[in-house]
Design a binder for this molecule. Structure first.
Ligand code: S3P
Length: 439
């Protein structure tokens, strides 16, 4: 997918201003395609993220029998095959860079009488899959993986699969969703116990499609039960803007002097909005206007103005609600007054890159004061002054590293060159032109 690297420089910017929209939410887009493909009949999706990760999911659903089409207005139509109706794909499913596609689709295949081979790019092929192989094997799936539980792997589903009760050993919405999706075609009740809440888009959307799913709080843990052999009813879905994409123009506005930027139509589901809470704790001027509901998800227009940020100890319990947003928070911390301590982030080491190491290296290269810990970073900020910049940063097949370092470049004395911006196409097509539009 990333044929040739696309280097790009980001230079110190004048004030950013204007109102923009960011592409659709990545997590919701994957789920919209998958559940539509399992419904009986025609679903329509507006606002789908047309990034490479989501297109990998669309291609996989087609390969397993669904009809997935885009019309000229950018609306997507999916004719589903019904739960239990997925067909054997004829060739390997190429997941590109997308961990979400891989892990959720493994869940779907696990309870169908089919097998599938999953392949991915160099980044995805380094990421751990045992976290989903373990519960799906308990349900009866048979998995042959590359050493260390990595891609490429072959998964043979079992039908009927065995319902399980599974307590998540890591706070992961992907693992939770893999088990719930496997549970859709499993007789009886499949239960996931979530000691630490993670993004709940799967639960919301499964209910929206008519699945019998309940969520109960028992002894402080979320118990999610899904009744299998469900019939999903086709839906019309509108995907809100992705809060993890909005994070880039928002942090850019906070750190570039004189800026005021509005990002309209952004999802503010509390299981995703931790970054905004933390930025406010740091003194950021951020306002949510027009709160409303879109497609079963809370949405608002977010305005951020240049702010003098102060370093804080980021509460580790907020990490799951902002897990994708730490790279850009590290950038905000690099421009804050004083010290920001961010810990409890071991999961960041197994994202598209090792985001603790990659960001420590990138921020140091542009002159920031960064101490790397096994589970996070301690950053001593400039108090708002520009960083020196003048370095080339390796984005390491990680879209969020590329975009975070691009944002940092907007407040550096010398331009920051990102060695390859092409990974940005996985989640945020149009990122560079959106930044230019604000300049
Ligand atoms: C996602 C869950 C998170 C997140 C990823 C999308 C999802 O991963 O990092 O970008 O859509 O369920 P984990 O479940 O590994 O935390």
């Amino acid at each position: 997918m990333h044929a040739s690297p696309r280097p790009l420089s980001f230079a110190r910017s004048g004030p950013l201003s204007g109102a923009v929209r960011v592409p659709g939410d990545k997590s919701i887009s994957h789920r919209a395609l998958m559940l539509s493909a399992l419904a009986v009949g025609e679903s329509r999706i507006d606002g789908l993220l047309e990034g490479e990760d989501v297109l990998a999911t669309a291609a996989a659903m087609r390969a397993m029998g669904a009809t997935v089409e885009r019309d000229a207005d950018g609306r997507w139509t999916v004719f589903g095959v019904g739960v239990g109706g997925l067909l054997q794909p004829e060739s390997a499913l190429d997941m590109g860079n997308s961990g979400t596609s891989t892990r959720l689709l493994m869940g779907l295949v696990a309870s169908h009488p089919i097998s599938a081979t999953f392949t991915g790019d160099a980044s995805l092929s380094r990421r751990p899959m045992n976290r989903v192989i373990e519960p799906l094997s308990l349900m009866g799936a048979d998995v042959t993986a590359s050493p260390g539980g990595r891609l490429p792997l072959m998964l043979r589903g079992l039908c009927p699969a065995v319902p399980i009760a599974y307590r998540l050993p890591v706070a992961s919405a992907q693992v939770k969703s893999a088990v719930l999706l496997a549970g859709l075609n499993t007789p009886g009740i499949t239960r996931v116990i979530e000691p630490v809440p993670t993004r709940d888009h799967s639960e919301r959307m499964l209910k929206g499609f008519g699945a019998d799913l309940t969520v109960e709080l028992e002894n402080g843990e979320r118990h999610i039960r899904i009744r299998g052999e469900a019939e999903l009813k086709p839906q019309r879905i509108t995907v809100p803007g992705d809060p993890s994409s909005a994070a880039f123009p928002v942090v850019a506005a906070l750190v570039v002097p004189g800026s005021a930027v509005t990002v309209e139509n952004v999802g503010i589901n509390p299981t995703r909005a931790g970054l905004y809470e933390v930025l406010r704790m740091m003194g950021a001027e951020i306002a949510f206007a027009n709160p409303r509901e879109v497609g079963g998800e809370p949405v608002a227009d977010i305005t951020a103005c240049f702010s003098t940020l102060s370093g804080i100890d980021v509460p580790p319990e907020l990490a799951p609600s902002m897990i994708d947003d730490f790279p850009v928070l590290f950038v905000a911390a690099a421009f804050a007054q004083g010290r920001t301590v961010m810990r409890g982030l071991e999961e960041l080491r197994v994202k598209e890159s090792d985001r603790i190491a990659t960001m420590a290296e990138g921020l140091r290269a542009i002159g920031a004061q960064v101490e790397e810990l096994s589970d996070g970073l301690i950053i001593d900020g400039t108090g708002g002054d520009p960083l020196p910049g003048g370095a080339t940063i390796a984005s390491r097949l990680d879209h969020r590293i590329a975009m975070s370092m691009a944002v940092a470049g907007l407040n550096c004395h010398q331009p920051v060159q990102v060695d390859d911006m092409s990974p940005v196409a996985t989640s945020f097509p149009g990122f560079t032109s959106l930044i230019e539009q604000l300049q």
